[in-house]
Design a binder for this molecule. Structure first.
Ligand code: R5P
Length: 295
C-alpha cells in the first residue's frame, strides 16, 4: 500500500514486521539531542499523503515531544493524514482523581495525542473506568485485543492450564482467554497499597490444587508486584511453577528478577520490545492500519 511508515527509535522491529505485511518501506528519522537537551529531527525521502508513525508509548514523557515533532514534520512534507500506531498506550491508569488536586493524566494525554494525529491503532489499552477510548480520544481509535493470541500461545505451550486473573480489572482479559481455551479460571482480589506494594487474596484456592498448570494473565507487567504476589499465592495454594503471561512488558526497573527468582516463566506480547516477547501482534496491527488508512 502507499503509506509512509515512520519508525520512532526503538520501534524498528515492529515497523519492519508491519512494512512486510503492508507492502511499504520503513522511514527512519534522524534524531539527536542538542547539547541543551532539545531534539533535532530530520525526515529524509518522499512523504506520501497517508502516513503513520510507529511508536509504542511506554516511558512516554521522553518520547512524546519528538513524536509530535515527527507528526508535524510529516504534515509539513506533504502528508494529509497522519496516524499513530501505539501498540502500548500510556497514561490510561490515572483515569480519575483519586485524591483532591491530582492530574487526570489519561485525559490530558488523550487531548494532546488527538491534537497531533488523525487516527490511532493500539492494543488492549487499560480501559477500567472508561468503557471505551472514545470517551477521552476525539480521533478514531482502533482498539485491538491480544486475548486470542494469548489463548493460541497457551494452547500451543501449556497442557491443562488453569488461568488466574490477579485483580478485578483483569476479568476482561482472563475470562476471554479462558473461554477461548475452555479452561477454568479464577480472579484474585487485589488491594494496592502503594506504587510497589500490593496484596492479593483468593476465594477459591481449591481451583489451584487440581494439578493443572497455573497461568497468571494480566494486561500490564509494570513494577511486577501484582504478578509477584499472584505467583507467591499460586505457589502457596499448590501450583508450583506459574507462568506469568502479560500483554504489555512495561517492566519498571527491578521488576523481572523477583519473578524469575520465584521460578516463574514470563511470557509477553511484543507491544513493547523485551526479551520475554513471544507473541507477535503485527498481524493484528497491520489489518487495523489498512482499515484506518482506507477510512
Ligand atoms: C492494573 O489494574 C493492571 O491491570 C495491572 O495489574 C497493573 O498495572 C500491574 O502493575 P504492577 O506490575 O506495577 O503491579
Amino acid at each position: 500500500m502507499t503509506l509512509t511508515l515512520l519508525a520512532m527509535p526503538g520501534n524498528e522491529a515492529q515497523a519492519n514486521a508491519l512494512a512486510a505485511r503492508l507492502g511499504c518501506a520503513v522511514m527512519l528519522p534522524q534524531m539527536r539531542r542538542f547539547p541543551d537537551g532539545e531534539t533535532y529531527l530530520r525526515l529524509e525521502g518522499p512523504v506520501t499523503q497517508n502516513a503513520a508513525i510507529v511508536c509504542t508509548l511506554d516511558r512516554p514523557d521522553a518520547k512524546f515531544l519528538p513524536l509530535v515533532f515527527a507528526a508535524d514534520t510529516l504534515r509539513d512534507l506533504g502528508a494529509r493524514r497522519v496516524g499513530l500506531v501505539a501498540p502500548y498506550l500510556s497514561y490510561m491508569r490515572q483515569d480519575t482523581r483519586f485524591q483532591a488536586g491530582e492530574a487526570v493524566t489519561s485525559k490530558s494525554f488523550a487531548h494532546r495525542v488527538s491534537d497531533s494525529f488523525d487516527w490511532m491503532v493500539t492494543v488492549d489499552p487499560h480501559l477500567h473506568r472508561y468503557r471505551s477510548a472514545s470517551e477521552i480520544y476525539s480521533i478514531p481509535v482502533s482498539v485491538l485485543h491480544a486475548g486470542p493470541l494469548l489463548a493460541q500461545w497457551i494452547a500451543a505451550h501449556v497442557n491443562a492450564p488453569v488461568l488466574i486473573g490477579p485483580d478485578s480489572e483483569s476479568v476482561q482479559w482472563v475470562s476471554a482467554v479462558a473461554a477461548n481455551l475452555n479452561a477454568p479460571f479464577t480472579v484474585l482480589e487485589k488491594v494496592r497499597k502503594g506504587d510497589r506494594e500490593v496484596e492479593v487474596r483468593i476465594k477459591d484456592s481449591q481451583i489451584l490444587e487440581t494439578g493443572r498448570q497455573a497461568v497468571i494473565v494480566d494486561d500490564i507487567l509494570s513494577s511486577g508486584r501484582t504478578m509477584l504476589e499472584a505467583v507467591k499465592l499460586a505457589k502457596r495454594a499448590g501450583a508450583p511453577s506459574p507462568i506469568c503471561l502479560a500483554i504489555h512488558a512495561v517492566f519498571a526497573e527491578g521488576a523481572e528478577q523477583p519473578l524469575t527468582a520465584q521460578g516463574a516463566r514470563i511470557v509477553t506480547a511484543d507491544t513493547i520490545a523485551h526479551p520475554t516477547n513471544a507473541i507477535a501482534v503485527a498481524g493484528l496491527l497491520a489489518d487495523a492500519i489498512r482499515a484506518s488508512v482506507a477510512a
